[in-house]
Ligand binder design. Structure first.
Ligand code: PMP
Length: 307
């Protein structure tokens, strides 16, 4: 992973080392940050953002839930994301906009008008789970549950939510797994530490509903849409843990993880133990958007422009 040389911070492009924060920042103490993870792909027409407007919209929804006033419009944030990639002359990138409460006192409830900072950084980042994108990931079911739906809102992509992801991820790593999948407090399937979850049974796709305490993933939505294009049926529903062990195929989706097949769960092989045909077909349709072999009929790709 290598970082870009410039960071967009509160409206200005700055060298990476100069984009710093004070230790009294509210977000550092209380987790009051909301962020996005986006990708720019190198397409035959040059670098292009994938679903930038949807990511920015989710960033604003996350901020709204925590009463954080971003101080810029969605259009201004989209333009800043574009400007950053153009200024860094990147062909592809993982982009991380973050909005957080800055230094302005240690009260848990921030006083009116207390500062909010906005920053956007870009990294060069390949496949999140490495070779698993081709070979399939070995995952486990975590002993940690996801927060219940009436505790911390899972639709907000907030910094504090990732304490749960860290517990799930550390446990998985210690057990020698690539990733951990959590159950909700109701015992039903929710999502991976940083990915949504799909199962394939008898040619049909299943995924937990967005009311199940999961992040409403943009890649999840992309996969549901592409599956429709391929004539595949998708059902969003409650799914029990045992569905993981008995499905023909399992895969995870996320901006970082893209479409990562799962080849085993708790050391039990999924299907044949190799990525299955529907996972492969969806990967082909998804990655085809970026090499031009899948037509982008929905305007998901936006060429990088500098304003
Ligand atoms: N769930 C969690 C907990 C995540 O962190 C992510 C990654 N942002 C996802 C699901 C997938 O979301 P998306 O496809 O929008 O990246």
């Amino acid at each position: 992973m290598s970082q870009s040389s410039l960071i967009w911070h509160n409206g200005q492009l700055k060298p990476w080392a100069e984009a710093t924060v004070h230790v009294s920042a509210h977000a550092l103490h209380y987790g009051s940050s909301v962020f996005e993870g986006e990708r720019v792909y190198a397409t035959p027409e040059g670098p292009a953002y994938f679903r930038l407007a949807d990511h920015t919209r989710r960033l604003f929804e996350s901020a709204r839930l925590y009463e954080i006033d971003i101080g810029y419009s969605e259009a201004e944030i989209n333009a800043a994301c574009m400007e950053l990639i153009a200024a860094n002359r990147m062909q592809s990138a993982y982009v991380r906009p973050i909005v957080f409460r800055g230094a302005g006192g240690l009260g848990v409830i921030p006083s009116k008008g207390s500062p909010v900072e906005v920053s956007i950084m870009a990294l060069e980042w390949g496949a999140y789970l490495g070779d698993a994108i081709n070979d399939g990931a070995d995952v486990c079911v975590s002993s940690w549950n996801r927060p219940a739906p009436n505790t911390i809102p899972s639709w907000a992509k907030a910094g504090g939510n990732y304490l749960s992801s860290q517990l799930i991820g550390f446990e998985a790593q210690r057990g020698g797994y690539a990733e951990g999948i959590a159950l909700g407090t109701n015992g039903l399937l929710s999502e991976g530490a940083g990915e949504n979850l799909f199962l394939v049974r008898k040619g049909k796709l299943y995924t937990p509903t967005t009311s199940a305490g999961i992040l409403a993933g943009i890649t999840r939505d992309t996969v549901i849409t592409l599956a429709g294009d391929l004539g595949l049926e998708v059902e969003e529903r409650d799914l029990p843990r045992e569905a993981l062990y008995t499905s023909d195929e399992v895969f995870m989706t996320g901006t970082a993880a893209e479409i990562t097949p799962v080849r085993s769960v708790d050391r039990k092989p999924v299907g044949s133990g190799r990525p299955g045909p529907l996972t492969r077909a969806l990967q082909k349709a998804f990655f085809g958007l970026f090499d031009g072999s899948t037509t982008d009929t929905r305007g998901w790709l936006e060429p990088v422009s500098s304003g």
